[in-house]
Design a protein around this ligand. Structure first.
Ligand code: DAH
Length: 345
């Protein structure tokens, strides 16, 4: 009886080995393990019958059965390791990345033309020793108007259609308030510019928008004169529009400067226009580029500067510069974000 069991154990081992080697993947191998070692497996069944073997033979048979079980487990484990190794290899092979394939190119972004011009303008003034300051877009009536010599009910307020948030606060209509904010905190000599958004209650058309950008600048020191204003602003105009531009200063009015001027350059488009009437200057031959002037004594007094200080200030519309520079005839194009337009810059 026990002899037969021992033989059976041997042949079970042989069978198991051959089944295990035949298993081609981890799933098949698991089935084999189940067939032999599972609850209803062949070896399990044999061991269950140990009770029918005479008692004196039982230890020898039991020992053998355990050895066989350990051997089968060992063979199963070896095979499992092999199979999982090769399945990993197959996966690595299938998922291999071919680095020589051409890649998908990502479109590269670029600066908006307004940002481009803002940077250029800032760089030009930095080159002339101006530093850059910031001011808030939500401004008080005091900084936006009163401190700039525009009292309540003064007709000059008509120059700026304003968007008020409440009685005393508004979206700034220009960047000029930054002059006051900087001068309040610091003493001359000062050479400062400030760039940013401004807002006005304007109906949108080809040349107006309720939101636009300005660069404000000013210089204050002892003996700053109109000659300094002319020098700085002519240099600026020529760096933006070309070294051979002529620059003209025409008397104008701003409440916060005295005297005030508008700065014009000679039209750089007239030579190209064949019809006689240039589309850029409308045949005027001159193009207005910015407003400026000597800082009004009222403004210097508001910030408590002693009387021996003087200065000039200017305000540049960035959209206007961009329109002129790129020959664009409609300000709305800057805000529509049409890629066909933006890609050209
Ligand atoms: N703040 C003026 C405007 O928005 C522009 C301006 C004109 C600024 C003359 C100045 C200046 O500093 O001196 O219309």
């Amino acid at each position: 009886m026990s002899e037969a069991v021992l033989d059976k154990l041997d042949s079970l081992l042989d069978e198991a080995k051959s089944k295990i080697t035949k298993a081609q993947d981890e799933k098949e191998l698991e089935e084999v393990r189940h067939q032999i070692l599972g609850k209803k497996g062949e070896l399990t069944a044999l061991l269950r019958n140990l009770g029918s073997i005479p008692q004196d033979k039982r230890p020898a048979v039991g020992k053998k059965a355990n050895e066989i079980k350990l051997q089968i487990e060992q063979v199963l484990d070896d095979r499992l390791q092999k199979l999982s190794q090769s399945s990993l290899e197959i996966r690595l092979q299938n998922e291999r990345i071919d680095y020589s394939l051409p890649g998908e190119s990502l479109p590269s972004g670029r600066l908006h033309p307004i940002s481009e011009v803002l940077r250029e303008v800032k760089d030009i003034f930095r080159g002339m020793g101006f530093e850059v300051a910031r001011g808030p877009e939500i401004e008080t009536d005091y900084y936006n108007f009163e401190a700039l010599n525009i009292p309540p009910d003064h007709p000059a307020r008509e120059m700026w259609d304003s968007l008020y948030l409440d009685e005393k606060t508004l979206l700034r209509t220009h960047t000029s308030p930054v002059q006051i904010r900087v001068m309040e905190k610091r003493k001359p000599p000062l050479r400062v510019i400030s760039a940013g958004k401004c807002y006005r209650r304007d109906a949108v058309d080809a040349t107006h928008c309720f939101q636009f950008h300005q660069v404000e600048g000013f210089m204050v020191d002892e003996e700053v004169s109109f000659a300094d204003l002319k020098g700085v602003l002519s240099t600026f105009a020529r760096l933006v529009f070309g070294q051979d531009r002529q620059v003209k200063f025409v008397p104008s009015y701003f409440p916060f400067t005295e005297p005030s001027v508008e700065v014009y350059i000679d039209c750089f488009n007239c030579a190209q226009s064949s019809t006689g009437k240039c589309s850029l200057c409308g045949g005027e031959k001159w193009i207005e580029v910015l407003g400026a002037g000597m800082i009004h004594p009222f403004v210097l007094r508001v910030v408590d500067y002693p009387a021996h200080y003087s200065g000039f200030a200017f305000g540049v519309g960035i959209e206007r510069i961009a329109l002129l520079k790129y020959g664009i005839n409609d300000i709305r194009l800057f805000y529509e974000n049409d890629e066909r337009f933006l890609r050209q810059f």
